[in-house]
Ligand binder design. Structure first.
Ligand SMILES: Nc1nc2c(ncn2[C@@H]2O[C@H](COP(=O)(O)OP(=O)(O)OP(=O)(O)O)[C@@H](O)[C@H]2O)c(=O)[nH]1
Ligand SMILES: [Mg+2]
Length: 600
């Protein structure tokens, strides 16, 4: 029998029965509580004029129902769940009959004490309006807890809160606490290896500097060394390491960033030898992504990439997991702490992978819905800062943030654009690429990058004014290859031609097939670019021109054609509506029965 905890004296049997039904509610993982459950809870509470609390686990099941003061109720499932630095995985939602939903000091104290995922109070106002207030822990270290308090808000707003996203902002701190972060205005040295041309290492370190600045650091010096390959122990030679030790002091640097991904061993050795924070290019890029991720999906993807990066590096000096105390009951005899940490991160990785997979399926559904509209999908790809978002804005007035910063865009945006012949197409702007893009990130961003993989045509935006545009182009192709999107048709848009002084240089660029010079900023060349997209659609038989005769009882089809195809001419005749139209390939079969004559 479902137990009702707390003081149930004087409560009628019929009410107890209603209380028991609270155990039967099931809610999805993303919800804090559902409307029905909240309403039933409050209606019983208002009826008996006592507090009622329900406790839910992360699977969305009600694990306990209690009547009365929540602090006096001993709950079996909470015993032993409260790990030292962890949340309990249980949230408490209770009522405040006849008073405001504002959380009391005692509510907050029990949140601190029990390490609930969240505590919320609901109350019915004078006009029957339901309010909610809630609080959750944002940081637990030893005995210190930081709490975030919200409310009162109306019930609708409370119900709409994405619980998984909320937890993500809190619970992952534990796993990510050991990720090296860059603080604002930290002084950094940069170091790299010159394998080919001096010019290349300079450009590469310039880019690393831009990345470091984007992350908030100030670059105080750069060093590099000519080598065929990195030293397996220190990445650079011993002499260079001594030089860096000296530089570190004179420049007062508190971290050093290496231009390649370091092996866990190299990283440990360097930390020991240099005595400052050691980062590599991958960790730096991950840190920028972590700072910039806004959407739930973006945050999940970055967290996944960071954990995968951290896993083999656990136990490194800078990454000692001393604060990650194992939860009570998780520590078996003879197990080392490191193993526990590894296991915990692995299970966390599995959880996030599952959540991302769910999102990917949602994305696929959205995309299928769009494909049903049978519009041509074009994806903007290119090196970070090439001007993709600016171009999307120029093409569609999308209002996407464009900035002179690396990785300004992480989440894809899809908008409609209109070709010169009047037909609508879909254009997607997405995350920019970079050389040595961490493979953990490509893997983690697969769901997002699927927009590129599934598009009909790519517009490759190149910053033609950048001295390293050729290397950037190579890097873009490499990522496209990794995504298996390198065989897609491409139009190259050489952007920022307003900043190119030499007409000769532009002319040389445009010798490339299917290329166009544009300025996304001034709008120059944009019309020509759209023209090229349209020509591509025609010449590749993605579209065919047809003359149709629609019977008057099917005149609804005309609206569909206006929306999804390029309608050139419409004539209302006695026998029906004559339409000359360019049909996307996918629509041709459907309209076959109405065809008068085609262009073939
Ligand atoms: N001079 C000039 N600057 C441009 C042009 N197009 C874009 N920019 C500038 O280049 C910078 C980067 O532009 P974004 O549109 O954010 O570049 P992005 O490719 O979306 O970059 P990420 O999202 O970081 O990958 C901004 O400062 C833009 O103003 C152009 O045609 N001419
Ligand atoms: Mg962008």
């Amino acid at each position: 029998m479902a137990t009702i905890h707390g003081d149930i004296t004087g409560i009628r049997k019929s009410i107890l029965k209603r209380l028991e039904t609270l155990y039967e509610f099931e809610i999805s993982r993303n919800e804090i509580i559902t409307l029905d459950l909240a309403q039933v809870l409050l209606s019983i509470s208002d009826q008996i004029q006592r507090e009622i609390a329900i406790y839910l686990n992360r699977h969305g099941r009600v694990t306990s129902v209690a009547v009365g003061d929540i602090r006096t109720v001993g709950l079996p499932e909470l015993n032993g769940r409260r790990g030292q630095n962890r949340l309990s995985g249980i949230r408490c939602i209770h009522t405040h009959p006849n008073s405001s939903s504002a959380l009391s000091e005692l509510d907050i104290a029990s949140l601190r004490e029990m390490h609930f995922d969240l505590i919320a109070a609901l109350s019915t106002g004078p006009e029957g309006k339901i309010d909610a207030s809630y609080a959750y822990i944002t940081k637990i270290i030893e005995d210190e807890t930081d709490i975030h308090y919200i409310g009162p808000v109306n019930l609708d707003e409370f119900i709409k809160t994405d619980f998984t996203a909320l937890l993500l902002s809190v619970d992952h701190r534990a796993e990510l606490m050991n990720t090296v972060h860059i603080a604002e205005k930290e002084s950094a040295l940069l170091a790299g290896i010159e394998q080919t041309k001096t010019e290349d290492i300079r450009l590469s370190l310039d880019e690393l500097e831009q990345l470091a600045q984007t992350a908030g650091a100030i670059v105080v010096g750069k060093v590099w060394q000519k080598r065929d390959r990195p030293d397996p122990v220190y990445y650079l030679g011993r002499g260079k390491i001594e030089e860096i030790k000296f530089l570190r002091q004179t420049k007062q640097a508190n971290m050093i960033i290496f231009d390649d991904e370091l092996s866990p061993t190299q990283q440990r050795n360097l930390e020991e030898s240099l005595g400052i924070k050691v980062l590599d290019r991958t960790a730096l890029i991950l840190d920028i992504f972590a700072q910039r991720a806004r959407s739930y999906e973006g945050k999940l993807q970055v967290a996944l990439a960071q954990m995968r990066y951290n896993l083999p590096r656990l136990g490194g000096q800078g990454l000692v997991l001393s604060r990650l105390g194992g939860g009570i009951g998780t520590r078996g005899p003879g197990e080392t702490k490191l193993e526990i940490d590894r296991r915990r991160i692995r299970s966390r990785i599995a959880e996030i992978e599952k959540a991302i997979e769910e999102l990917k399926q949602q994305r696929t559904l959205h995309r299928q819905r769009r494909q049903n509209e049978q519009k041509i999908a074009v994806a903007l790809v290119g090196y970070t800062n090439a001007g993709k978002s600016t171009l999307l804005n120029a093409l569609t007035a999308a209002g996407v943030m464009a900035e002179d910063k690396l990785f300004a865009t992480l989440d894809p945006t899809t908008r409609r654009a209109v070709l010169p012949d009047g037909q609508e197409i879909l254009i997607t702007d997405t995350v920019g690429f970079i050389q040595k893009l961490p493979h953990q990130l490509i893997a983690a961003f697969r769901a997002t990058l699927e927009e590129v993989v599934q598009s009909d045509l790519l517009i490759h935006v190149v910053d033609a004014a950048h001295p390293g545009y050729q290397r950037q182009t190579e890097a873009v192709f490499q990522v496209l290859k990794e995504l298996q999107a390198d065989t897609k048709p491409v139009i190259t848009a050489f952007n920022k031609i307003d900043s190119i002084d030499s007409p000769y240089q532009l002319e040389r660029l445009l010798r490339q097939d299917n290329s166009v010079g544009i300025s996304a900023l001034s709008g120059q060349g944009i019309e020509r670019l759209l023209q090229m997209v349209q020509e591509y659609l025609y010449t590749n038989k993605q579209q065919q021109k047809r003359e149709l005769l629609l019977p008057y009882d099917q005149s609804g089809l005309l609206a569909t054609l206006y929306k999804n195809a390029a309608v050139h001419k419409v004539q209302y005749c006695p026998e029906g509506i004559r339409v000359i139209v360019s049909l996307p390939l996918a629509m041709i079969d459907f309209y076959q029965t109405y065809v008068l004559q085609g262009d073939e």
